[in-house]
Design a protein around this ligand. Structure first.
Ligand code: C2E
Ligand code: MG
Ligand code: MG
Ligand code: MG
Length: 284
């Protein structure tokens, strides 16, 4: 089409397109290399029960320890990994590693793993989850899989079948980023979610925005009525936490408690958070 519009136009866009394509191609090769040599790592962020402040789970968040670029966040490489299909083996690595880590943290709560819609639609997903559980020895009840609303847009019958097969393994399913996508109440009716995570964009407006506040309240009531746990994402202030407590929201996650930390730091982080709960019990 560009060609048909004349040679001048084609030439005008070509160098820029070329540079972008080359950069993409380089990132692609770099990503494939990174998976082979093991440059990916998991950081973990605690999820806390609002009423007791006890840690109820840890969310695994993927990072790329790049030799030159340093620690690369997931938003910078997951979209491309999805496009080139690398998210499937990468996601399998995440599942296996998170289950191994969690199995090693004795007495620790659940571990949550994010699944890409591409990974969710791939044939081997249920087997990959089963294998990760088996090899690590992790109790399936301690594994929670987070999916986004995008997953629900795909062929409903197949999605439902996959969700039921996953639930049959004994794992829990959470809907992530609720409220940002195509949030349809029919998803909550049709799909067997154990938990809904309300997106940070609503949590951050809890105090200043009456609208966000009302939405958090309504979603909390809805989830309580449907017997699902509700987790507020991105809790940064004590005031937000108190407001969530007043609304009856079950769990909170955010910088108020901790930023995501490397796996090696987790036992110490859990000990520190447990000590804080004890100290609060004494002073109250
Ligand atoms: P998410 O699953 O919604 O994860 C929550 C994101 O919010 C994380 O960003 C976390 O670091 C950030 N966050 C947590 N608390 C706060 C807070 O109080 N304030 C602020 N400003 N941010 C907070 P992160 O680690 O950069 O991950 C971004 C997204 O990348 C995740 O969103 C998830 O969708 C995706 N992702 C991460 N790890 C994986 C993975 O292993 N596989 C797949 N497919 N996606 C992943
Ligand atoms: Mg998540
Ligand atoms: Mg989220
Ligand atoms: Mg998100």
């Amino acid at each position: 089409r560009a060609k048909a519009e004349g040679r001048g136009r084609w030439c005008f866009f070509e160098p820029e397109m070329d540079a972008r394509m080359r950069e993409r191609r380089l990132l692609e090769l770099d990503l494939r290399r990174a998976l082979v040599v093991g440059e990916f790592e998991l950081h973990y962020q605690p999820i806390v029960a609002v009423a007791s402040r006890r840690v109820s789970g840890l969310e695994a968040l993927l990072r790329w320890r790049h030799p030159e670029r340093g620690l690369v966040p997931p938003d910078a490489f997951i979209p491309l990994a999805e496009e080139i299909g690398l998210i499937v083996p990468l996601g399998e690595w995440v599942l296996a590693q998170a289950c191994r880590d969690a199995a090693g943290w004795l007495g620790t709560p659940k571990v949550a793993v994010n699944l890409s819609p591409v990974q969710f639609a791939s044939r081997g997903l249920v087997d990959a989850v089963a294998t990760a559980l088996e090899l690590s020895g992790l109790d399936p009840a301690r594994l929670e899989l987070e999916i986004t609303e995008t997953v629900m847009l795909q062929d409903t019958q197949a999605t439902l079948a996959t969700l039921h097969r996953l639930k049959a393994l004994g794992v829990r399913i959470a809907m992530d980023d609720f409220g940002t996508g195509y949030s349809s109440l029919s998803y909550l009716q049709r799909f067997p979610f154990d938990k809904v995570k309300i997106d940070r964009s609503f949590t951050s407006g809890l105090e200043q925005s009456p609208r966000s506040n009302a939405i958090v309240g309504a979603v909390t009531d809805l989830c309580l009525g449907l017997d699902m746990t509700i987790t507020a994402e991105g809790v940064e202030t004590e005031e937000q936490l108190q407001e969530l407590r007043r609304k009856g929201c079950g769990e909170a996650q955010g910088y108020l408690f901790s930023k995501p930390q490397p796996a090696a730091e987790i036992p110490m982080l859990l000990a520190r958070l447990a000590a804080e709960v004890q100290a609060d019990l004494v002073t109250d």
